[in-house]
Every structure is written in C-alpha cells, then in structure tokens.
Ligand binder design. Structure first.
Ligand code: SF4
Length: 320
C-alpha cells in the first residue's frame, strides 16, 4: 500500500505571455513555481494565500484539469502527469473536485437525479440502481430524496454546494480538491458545509486539499497547512505550528492581519505593505523580499528553498 496518497514533486505551471502579430512568446507568468508536498490518506491539507498566489492553479494541476509545465504528481504511486486523458479516465473517479460556484458546474438543464446518476450510469450501474444511489447521496448530504426531481436553480447556494459534494463523493473517491468551496456562501452556511465535509471525511476516509484565501476556514478544517506566495510554497506544517508559531514573515503578516488569529496569538501586528508583485515579472531572489520587514541583502539575490526548520514544519526563508 502507498505510504502517501499523493506526492507532488517540483510542480510548475508557466503560462506563456504572447505579443505582437505573430503572437510570439515574450515571457511567462510563473503561476506555480516548483512546489512539492505530500498528502497521506485521510489527511486534510489546507492551502492558503492571497488571490493570485497560484493555489487554484495548483489544485487544477492535481486534478489534471490544467497540465503542468514540469514536475510530477503521483497519486497512489501512479504518475498522473504521464497519463493521457484516456488513461486518466480510468482512475478519475478516485479524485474529485468541489468548486467555488457549484451553479456553474451543475448542468442547468439536468435535474439533480440526472446530475448525480450520470457518472454512476457511465460506470455501468443500471439507471434504476443509480437513481436509488443518488437518492441516498442526497440524504447523506442533508437534502431529501424527493429533491432528485428538482433543477439546480431551484436550490439555494448552500444546497447547490451540497449537491456538488454529493456528486464528488458518488464514485467513492479517496481525494477531494476543494477550491474556495465555501467562499461564496454566507458565514452560517459556510460552517454547515465545512462540518458536512468533516463528517464525510471521517465516514469515508477522504483526504482533502482545501484551497482558500480564508485563514479561519482553512484552520477549521485542516490538519496541515501550506502557505503560498507568488507561486511558491513558503511555509508548510501542522496547523498548530503554522497558526501558533508561524516562521515565514509572510505567514506572520497574514496571521497578524486576521482578527481571530491576532487575538489568539497575541503577537505584534505586522502589516503587509505593498501590492502582490506581478507574477509575469516576479522579484529576483525571495519573491517576498520587496514586502518583507526582515529582508537582508541575500534575499534579493537568492531564492530560499523550502526546508525543515522544526519537526514537520518547513519554511522557505533565509532567516532559518
Ligand atoms: Fe524575508 Fe528574506 Fe525570509 Fe524572504 S528570505 S521572507 S525576504 S527574510
């Protein structure tokens, strides 16, 4: 049995910048630049960072919705990056995605019964049986079996996200990548959906990669947390370490600007200065150095590697 469910090795995604009549490539946006991490079965890893830090692109590469420029993604020791789209179909049911806006991912012309039973029928399950399973899935996510007849527009945002989750678990996946899955919902609904996802995780031994810009949401659901900045993973560790003793100046600034974390950590407030640099023209050396209150000469010249600074707690910073 694989020790890790997922191994991401030196993954990169560079989007070409084209210009001129001939649409020549004049540069690249390094959306994800050399990110590595591992995920155990049943584990929840939160990925947090500002908008544009590359966290969604990372999630889409793991799902192979977006092809990486370089690097490897091993799922149960099978290298997804070397599989064709046809080969991927055979294992696609083992990793699924939950999106921020379930409405755009649910076909408005299909009722919920059709939406939930379709992947089961494609897998060879008879239609009647697939609909029975779909009814069970709906009840499992807190809706009613009779909702099978209704269409996506007849549900609230929170209910639609429940349908998205029901569809994601319909083929018994081992991994769900949830990209800003509760960001569009009211705060009271957010906690209901998070609690549902945590219940399902325990019941089905699901692993999650939970991507969000919201520190409180990531803290609520994750066991480990990775912090991304400008395409790089700058800190990675157990939730208690990253939130309780953040090492990277960027993580410290993020947490200090979050009201709950600031109160609990009782640390000096560090304000993030300046805008997120243009990923098409990132700073040399440490990508955070133009905004870092602790920057040194070396920071502008040399990009620090992500390395273990304490047990199970890694950081990419010349201070360690
Ligand atoms: Fe700041 Fe330098 Fe560490 Fe980057 S490497 S976070 S600039 S101290």
């Amino acid at each position: 049995m694989a020790q890790h469910l997922l191994k991401v090795r030196n993954i990169k995604k560079y989007f070409p910048i084209r210009s001129g009549l001939l649409r020549r490539t004049v540069g690249h946006v390094k959306a994800v630049d050399d990110v590595s991490f591992e995920l155990a079965a049943g584990e929840t890893l939160g990925i947090v960072g500002e908008s544009g830090c590359g966290k969604s692109t990372l999630g889409r590469m793991i799902m192979r919705v977006t092809d990486p420029t370089d690097g490897d993604i091993l799922f149960e020791d099978v290298n997804l990056t070397q599989m064709s789209r046809t080969q991927l179909r055979s294992i696609r049911d083992r990793f699924q995605m939950v999106f921020q806006d379930p409405y755009s991912s649910l076909n408005p012309r299909m009722n919920v019964g059709q939406i939930l039973s379709e992947p089961l029928v494609i897998k060879g399950i008879r239609k009647k049986e697939a609909l029975e399973k779909a009814a069970g899935l709906l009840e499992r996510v807190g809706l009613r079996a009779r909702d099978l007849e209704r269409y996506p527009h007849q549900f609230s945002g929170g209910q639609r996200q429940r349908i998205g989750i029901a569809r994601a678990i319909s083929l018994n996946p081992k991994l769900i990548v949830a990209d800003e899955a509760v960001s569009a919902l009211d705060v009271s609904i957010q906690s209901q959906i998070l609690n549902l996802m945590m219940d399902l995780k325990h019941e089905l031994n699901l692993a999650y990669i939970f991507i969000s810009h919201n520190l409180a949401v990531v803290r609520h659901i994750s066991a480990r947390v990775g912090v991304m900045y400008l395409g790089s993973m700058v800190e990675l560790g157990d939730k208690s370490d990253v939130y309780g003793s953040p090492l990277h100046p960027y993580t410290q600034a993020l947490l200090a600007s979050a009201p709950v974390a600031r109160r609990e950590a009782n640390r000096q407030r560090i304000v993030l200065e300046g805008e997120l640099p243009n990923p098409a023209n990132p700073p040399a050396g440490c990508p955070f150095h133009p905004r870092c209150p602790q920057a040194m000469d070396i920071c502008a010249r040399q990009k620090p590697a992500l390395k273990e600074a304490a047990p199970r707690h890694s950081v990419s910073c010349h201070l360690y």
